[in-house]
Write a new protein. Structure first.
Lengths: 820, 411
């Protein structure tokens, strides 16, 4: 059935494409454009670096480049062209006279080994900053039918652990740290402020310029307590690379499990710089993929045998590992963002008013493991978040650049679980057993819980050039988060708890950066101050009378660090960074939450860690036709007061409680080799090893910890991945490109619990070897791309978390279309 | 002809050899058994009730048993309740997951051979309590409570419903599902605005089964300040005619915790309270479905005062019991008392203080009582303490891991 739909869909898309691809690239006088040509052969030179002032571009397969005129203040400009194997060429131009330039460049056999990289991409620039950072350029990736999570998962040292298909709970793990230790930002704004209905996957790939993954040390601009690292998603800059007029990107993908993903984004700008940007997304998946792990237990529900006697196998497990299809796991989300503003004004380089609204519906198939299926439980959520963004270079005085954002978000999440039905793994309601009516609620308790959240975030960043090569930076962020919860189904005494939870987090950072020897040596030092004030109102019984208690816990912590990066030669660069970082505590962790059965832990301390990263990027081979690059990163982390949750018993009741488990030392290494031949073949191999050990010899009671020196549980520690790709240029028509890529991922088995205790029936997440294939074709006008992604092609059992199986083989097709 | 004879002898010899080879492979004592009767020690780690391991020592008297790279992870959702039978099967109830599992034990290896999902017949609740009532039966029981709006307008009260299911051993199959029963509002529960929240520690005597009862205040969900001792009596094995009864002999819950808190001794079912609010620890007894109001025993007074409380005890024969007591509530300082019901005398047994709150079971063998203890004093190695039932003399036996282990019991 799926296959048939797929085929019909692609036929339709092909017809659509053949109609639309006839449009030609419109020339416009608002651009500086041109073509780079080999002086001797007359052939076009693709992938040459073209730069004007500080703007850079790379020529496409036809040797063409283009700059929006609006980026330059003068009419007289110099175009620099450089390309491996050619002599650098300069051309002085007058933009008033001409807008299209043919630039001929000479071959230079002598300079073959020397590469003069001038117009380096922003991603390359970020990677030179001294932070342990991987910057993912989204240009090539947005054609693929990949979710952002999947793109992140292909980054060395980073693992995105998921509970299932689209919309499932995800946890990002950077070099062995996860949860609240890793923060996600969109253009510097914390992701969590967008509400739970807006996930990282809701952002259309075509809106994203690049993704910066900071492993360990995080720059002060990302004002949050991101101890283990941070992911900053940079959306496309409205003031750059956009001509007057409009442009639009549309993409649609369809595939296995009735998964539809559509997004559209467009922008329009008039002469005066007034700009409107609109983006919208829609995601839907039935997530009805097959699962067949040992957690799938088939029981015999026949209470009596045909002869009327009691069935001895009644409710016993008669089969494990039965292949069944998930049936209550659909996910749907949609949302839109509108930005209205002005660019390139005297008083503002950018001023945008934005509003972001999203809504989701998420069915829940099971609890923490796949032991018992749920048939009706679901949750819904929505968020509305208006914001203002302001940017100005040379604010008040020359050299002072200001960026400021303010956002106010209102969000709600409601969970619905009231049914008295129980379901088997085939999706059938289990017939009522005897006279026993099940209690309402498929989870632990029936619930109609509603969380009502408001979140105000204000952020200001300033940088000031003290002198050439000396820069001072400042960042302040204010974050106030209020949550109130109510569950009409909860026991009365629980309902009275938790009338309000308030977190006020203020993070201030100061940094000084310098650079020497023509930017070959870059250094920075920084200091951060973390202020965290937690408030909770509870109604409690004090001496048998109801009273509101008001709990407050303020916390203040300092963090500091330094980074350095040195370019030994144009082919080798090393970088180092170190930071004393803090992961703050949250209200639920500290004051507890009765409706979630979390017990208070008033003395819970923030997690503190000293992180060191040493990295290097080396170009091992650099010839015209092939290049080989090695990227490596070593890290060391000394963490105190690691926070974890545990289940505890008190007075015959069990609760979750957060506690500091103490000292953990982590060391790790990641290596990545990239090999590129002739711009046709590309190969990548990467490996990652983490050695994270529990180093607390005695517990709080002075007892020897049996798991002293044990590997930290539930943490992947050995992974390999490899990819190979082949690109074909001008295959069917000039300028088109077909790219075929294969991606392999190996995760070595790891323990869910401390590995050194016990040796039988240990919960282990097994070793996995997963293969994905992607084929994408870009039409010669560069407007349309169709791609086909086949994931987990050998239909392996895949797990990120213990006992929760991820989808098997699946296939997705995607169409991306750009209209200028 | 001769050749044929040799061939014949040869065949017999080969056959005999084949037989002897078989015999060599088979352990003469346990070879054809699917499971072997052995002692098992169960412990949890890192103060995490869900990290429960079972391992079998060669002897309880000597040597050592370590859980480092040794032992079967019972892997429950929340905690594991363990029972063994005389054949050698190990039964583990996954509290929180609702599965009753049957394990075999042979050559140091535990293998799960059967699994039964109990929750569907317990109102869908996986947080229910098991008790092995005999070699042939495990009872699973619970009180499920829901809030109800009081029609009189006095606010919210609780409605409790009792669920009981019998599981046949060693098959581990459901033998009987008792009809559910709504706990009536008794005058004492109305008076104290309390409700029955739990039943456990069942004991069968004659044609009756006696359940200990835990009660809580509707308003603040605490057992503080509630009076009386209570029992739920039903016909057995029919599990019909429930009768919720009360004694004024002491104050406190009688359901115990994960261990035995009621047992039959010389024609009576004895019961202790979990004393709080400064009340004494008291033992009462029942017969024919009724409290024997002429008999009670103030353990606290016989001990010489203090604020001792108990949640389980072990009858070792002839009216002698060993009782786990916490010397002050919530201090985690538990010890062991030897109580002679005949002479109503109490003596403290010389074992180190330990957290025995969730301890499940101990063993009685040849006049000796075996209990595994992980002392609060970190300088003392956790081990099996062997107590002479007659003299209370304490010997030290099998050594266990030094460190953050909590012992659930010897099974």
């Amino acid at each position: 059935m799926d296959k048939k739909i797929n085929r019909t869909f692609f036929c339709f898309m092909l017809i659509l494409l053949s109609i639309t691809t006839n449009n030609l690239l419109g020339q416009s006088t608002t651009n500086i454009s041109g073509q780079v040509i080999n002086k001797t052969t007359g052939e076009v030179v693709p992938f040459a670096l073209v730069s004007i002032d500080n703007e850079g571009a790379i020529t496409d397969e036809e040797g063409k480049f283009q700059f929006p005129l609006i980026n330059f203040k003068h009419n007289h400009l110099t175009i620099n062209v450089s390309c491996t194997g050619y002599k650098s060429t300069q051309l002085h131009i007058d933009t008033k006279a001409q807008s299209f330039y043919k630039i001929e460049i000479e071959e230079d056999l002598v300079s073959l080994d020397e590469v003069v990289v001038k117009g380096e991409s922003k991603s390359q620039e970020i990677e030179k900053s001294g932070f342990a950072v991987a910057s993912i350029d989204m240009k090539d990736l947005q054609m693929k039918s990949l979710e952002i999570n999947e793109i992140l998962d292909q980054t060395a040292g980073l693992r995105v652990r998921r509970d299932g298909g689209l919309g499932s709970r995800t946890q990002i793990n950077i070099n062995g740290l996860s949860g609240d230790a890793v923060r996600i930002f969109i253009d510097g704004m914390p992701m969590e402020s967008y509400g739970s209905s807006y996930s990282i996957n809701s952002l259309p790939a075509s809106l994203i310029e690049r993704i910066d993954v900071y492993k360990g040390v995080v720059p002060i601009e990302l004002g949050n307590d991101a101890m283990g690292g941070a992911i900053n998603i940079i959306t496309k800059d409205a003031s750059k690379n956009e001509e007057q007029g409009g442009s639009m990107n549309v993409s649609y993908s369809y595939g296995s499990f009735n998964t539809h993903r559509a997004d559209i984004n467009g922008s329009f700008r008039d002469k005066s710089g007034k700009t409107v940007r609109v983006s919208a997304f829609y995601n839907h998946s039935d997530n009805d993929y097959w699962v067949w792990s040992d957690d799938i237990k088939i029981k015999d529900y026949r209470e009596f045998l045909p002869d009327g006697s009691r069935n001895p196998d009644f409710l016993s497990v008669i089969k494990t590992g039965e292949k069944v299809r998930r049936f209550n796991d659909a996910y749907r989300s949609y949302g839109a963002k509108v930005d209205v503003g002005v660019t390139n004004k005297k008083w503002a380089d950018q001023l945008f008013l934005s509003i972001n609204a999203s809504e989701d519906y998420n069915e829940s198939q099971h609890g923490a493991r796949m032991l018992t299926p749920y048939g009706e439980r679901y949750s819904t959520g929505w968020t509305i978040a208006p914001s203002v963004n302001y940017q100005k270079r040379d604010f008040l005085t020359k050299g002072l650049n200001i960026t400021s954002n303010v956002q106010f978000a209102v969000s709600q999440r409601a969970t619905v679980d009231t049914t008295t039905n129980r379901y088997d793994w085939y999706g059938n309601v289990i017939p009522p057993i005897g006279n026993v009516t099940p209690l309402p609620g498929e989870g632990n308790n029936s619930t109609l819980n509603k969380d009502q959240n408001t979140n105000i975030i204000a952020r200001i960043s300033a940088s000031y050039a003290l002198a050439e090569n000396h820069q001072l930076g400042f960042n302040y962020s204010f974050n106030q988060y209020n949550r109130s919860s109510d569950d009409p189904m909860a026991e009365r005494e629980r309902r009275d708890f938790n009338t309000a939870n308030i977190v006020n987090k203020q993070i201030t950072g100061l940094t000084y950066q310098n650079s020497f020897f023509n930017d070959r040596l870059k250094n920075s030092v920084f200091v951060k101050h973390y202020y965290n004030r937690l408030e909770q109102e509870k109604i409690e019984y004090l001496d048998n009378t109801l009273d509101t208690t008001f709990n407050v816990r303020p916390d203040a912590n300092w963090g500091y660090g330094a980074t350095t990066s040195f370019e030994i030669s144009p082919r080798a660069r090393i970088s180092a960074s170190a930071e004393q970082a803090v992961r703050l505590v949250s209200t639920n962790e500290v004051f507890g939450n009765a409706s979630r059965e979390i017990y208070e832990s008033i003395d819970l301390q923030p997690e503190k860690s000293f992180n060191v990263n040493l990295g290097g990027q080396f170009t091992l081979i650099d010839q015209t036709r092939n290049d080989l690059r090695l990227t490596s990163n070593f890290f060391f982390r000394n963490t105190y007061d690691r926070i974890r949750s545990r289940i505890m018993e008190q007075n015959d009741q069990s609760y979750t409680m957060f506690e500091n488990i103490g000292h953990v030392v982590s060391k790790g290494v990641e290596l990545q080799l990239d090999y590129n031949i002739d711009n046709k073949w590309d190969f990548m191999v990467q490996g990652y090893y983490l050695d994270s050990r529990f180093m607390e010899e005695y517990n709080s009671e002075g007892r020897k910890n049996l798991h002293y020196m044990s590997r930290e549980p539930n943490m992947p520690y050995l992974t390999f991945s490899a990819s190979a790709g082949r690109g074909f240029n001008s295959l069917f028509s000039t300028g088109d490109r077909l790219q075929i890529s294969w991606y392999l991922n190996y995760i070595h088995e790891f323990h869910f619990d401390w590995d050194i205790i016990g040796n039988q029936n240990k919960p282990i997440i097994p070793s996995q070897l997963l293969n994905d294939i992607n084929v994408s074709y870009t039409f010669s006008n560069k407007r349309a791309t169709v791609s086909l992604d086949c994931k987990n092609i050998f239909n392996q059992m895949a797990f990120d978390n213990f006992g929760v199986q991820k989808p098997g083989r699946s296939i997705f097709g995607k169409l991306t279309y750009r209209i200028n | 002809m001769k050749n044929l004879k040799y061939f014949f002898y040869g065949a017999i010899a080969t056959a005999m050899l084949a037989c002897t080879t078989d015999d060599v492979v088979t352990d003469p004592e346990n070879g054809d058994k699917k499971t072997v009767k052995a002692d098992h020690v169960v412990a949890y780690f890192d103060d995490d009730d869900a990290q429960v391991y079972i391992a079998s020592p060669e002897s309880l008297e000597e040597g050592s048993l370590s859980f480092i790279n040794n032992g079967y992870h019972l892997n429950p959702v929340r905690s594991a309740r363990i029972f063994t039978d005389n054949i050698g099967w190990v039964y583990s109830f996954d509290y929180g997951g609702g599965f009753l599992q049957k394990l075999s034990f042979k050559d140091g290896k535990y293998t799960q051979v059967r699994e039964l999902d109990i929750a569907p017949v317990m109102g869908g609740n996986p947080h229910v309590r098991p008790w092995k009532i005999s070699e042939e039966k495990i009872l699973i029981h619970n009180i499920n409570t829901v809030d109800i709006e009081d029609t009189a307008g006095t606010g919210i009260t609780k409605k409790g419903t009792m669920y009981v299911t019998s599981v046949k051993l060693p098959e581990v199959s459901i033998a009987d599902i008792a009809e559910t029963w709504d706990v009536p509002q008794t005058e004492w529960d109305i008076a104290e605005q309390s409700y029955m929240f739990r039943i456990d520690a069942p004991t069968v005597m004659g044609n009756k089964i006696y359940y200990g009862v835990g009660r809580r205040d509707v308003v603040d969900d605490s057992s503080d300040g509630l009076t009386g001792m209570h029992t739920l009596v039903l016909d057995y094995p029919s599990l019909e005619n429930p009768n919720y009864i009360r004694s004024e002999a002491g104050h406190g819950n009688t359901n115990g915790y994960r261990g035995l808190n009621m047992t039959e001794i010389n024609g009576y079912v004895y019961q202790a309270n979990d004393a709080r609010d400064g009340n004494p620890t008291v033992m009462t007894r029942l017969k024919d479905g009724q409290y024997d109001n002429d008999w009670s025993f103030d353990v606290t007074a016989a001990f010489g005062g203090g604020e001792i409380r108990t949640n389980k005890w072990y009858h070792v024969g002839n009216g002698i019991i060993f009782m786990s007591v916490e010397y002050t509530r919530d201090s985690n300082n538990w010890g062991l008392l030897r109580i002679d019901l005949n002479s109503q005398s109490v003596t403290k047994v010389d074992v180190p203080e330990a957290d025995m709150f969730s301890y499940q079971t101990a063993q009685t063998r040849d006049g000796k009582f075996y209990m595994a203890i992980a002392p609060n004093d970190t300088n003392i190695t956790p081990k099996v303490y062997i107590i002479d039932i007659e003299t209370s003399e304490v010997e030290e036996g099998l050594l266990l891991d030094e460190g953050n282990i909590r012992i659930e019991g010897i099974f």
